[in-house]
Design a protein around this ligand. Sequence first.
Ligand SMILES: [Zn+2]
Ligand SMILES: [Zn+2]
Length: 267
Amino acid sequence: MIQLSRFRDFVDTVLFGRELRCASCGRIADRSGMCSQCKERIAYVLPPICSLCGTPLRLLGPKTRGEPASNPENQVCSGCAMTRHYFERARAVAVYNGAARDHIHELKYRARTELVAPLARMMAEVAIGDGMAGECQCVVPVPLHPEKAARRGFNQAQLLAEDVGRLLGIPLEVKALQRQRSAGSQTFLDRRDRRANVIQAFLCPFPALVSQRNVLLVDDVLTSGATADGCSRALLMAGAAKVYVLTFGVSVADERDWFEAPGSSRA
Ligand SMILES: [Zn+2]
Ligand SMILES: [Zn+2]
């Protein structure tokens, strides 16, 4: 496979004069749209992971990277042990730090939309590997606050969802979800109130778009899971059968579940 893809790169570069440039740094890229150095810097999510939210329960060091690791069924993180989720399960490509965070920040805050293609490709691979891709009949992006969307000019979740849907051959339902109201300043709310606030912030104005369908909900990052739960709740209330969540990054909220392996150089 590696030989074949190298050959294709050679054909693209030499015969057709097309040099695929890395969307992140501009060096020569492989067919994924990113160079090997930039992909190497990403801390990919590897087992063992929480069977519900997909957060790694340990970040494996470089020495163990790539070795098969067991992922016992129903192993859940501390957060999921205390919280009931509305989604079936969530899966992500990478731990949301270092290079993964850089890529998402470049996309969101510097409008580097050329990063969408390589990030979405990695997300589609995770959805296929997990099996959730085969379960879903539509792809729905997490909507932005309308003010934020107006300021930014685009919704990164929607751009990712468009590419993921195209790669997986699953139709996109971009109007399925809406933010009900701005959650406003949440600074003075405790964690529980903040979660309750976010969970009620979404609605499905057109239930027929998702009714009796399994939904692949797409966002850039899964943090507390409150946004994903709010969207999933609205989708289920509109008649969706099940909701699966796919993100590029997953933040590791609870350090009890996660530690840097000794000798690992990853930040
Ligand atoms: Zn690069
Ligand atoms: Zn979890």
